[in-house]
Design a protein around this ligand. Structure first.
Ligand code: FEO
Length: 161
């Protein structure tokens, strides 16, 4: 595997783990706001991000590469309201899509067909991630930041497993 691709994949392990950290922070924000359904939804999302990181981690090791496990950046989760929190998640997913695409570009450039196949799953996943995060922004925008309005959505979100 080309060094550039292993470096990008290695860095992506860290970015996916940071995503988990960010979502845990968003979950904590909603817990403190008394919106347990939102909190639970973002906690499940944090678990999914760890799975994304593990997929890349396993792929690197199975292909005889190393994973550096660098330290994680602190997640800034000091949100002014619910809308700011869900918007941060949406912005982050768009960023992650771009990062996955950069790795795909490198895999295409280096004719690394195996990594291209591996990344297809992430390309599809990011479509779903952006759809979910965008829909969350739309819903919170529709309801406004008033907790009484958010309560109904909170019940719905709490059912995510
Ligand atoms: Fe791992 Fe939400 O992208």
């Amino acid at each position: 595997m080309d060094k550039k691709i292993t470096e990008l994949l290695d860095a992506q392990v860290n970015k996916e783990l940071y995503s988990a950290y960010l979502y845990l922070g968003i979950s904590k924000f909603f817990s403190k706001e008394g919106l347990g359904g939102f909190a639970s939804w973002y906690k499940v999302q944090a678990e999914e991000e760890q799975e994304h990181a593990m997929k890349i981690y396993d792929y690197l090791l199975e292909n005889g590469q190393d994973v550096t496990l660098n330290s994680l950046a602190a997640a800034n989760v000091d949100f002014k309201d619910a809308l700011a929190a869900v918007k941060e998640a949406d912005k982050h997913e768009h960023y992650i899509t771009k990062e996955i695409e950069k790795i795909m570009d490198a895999a295409v450039e280096h004719k690394d067909y195996r990594t291209q196949l591996f990344l297809n799953w992430f390309i599809t996943e990011q479509e779903e991630e952006e759809h979910n995060s965008g829909e969350m922004v739309e819903k919170v925008e529709m309801l406004g930041n008033d907790k009484k309005n958010l309560y109904l959505l909170d019940k719905e979100l709490g059912s995510r497993k």
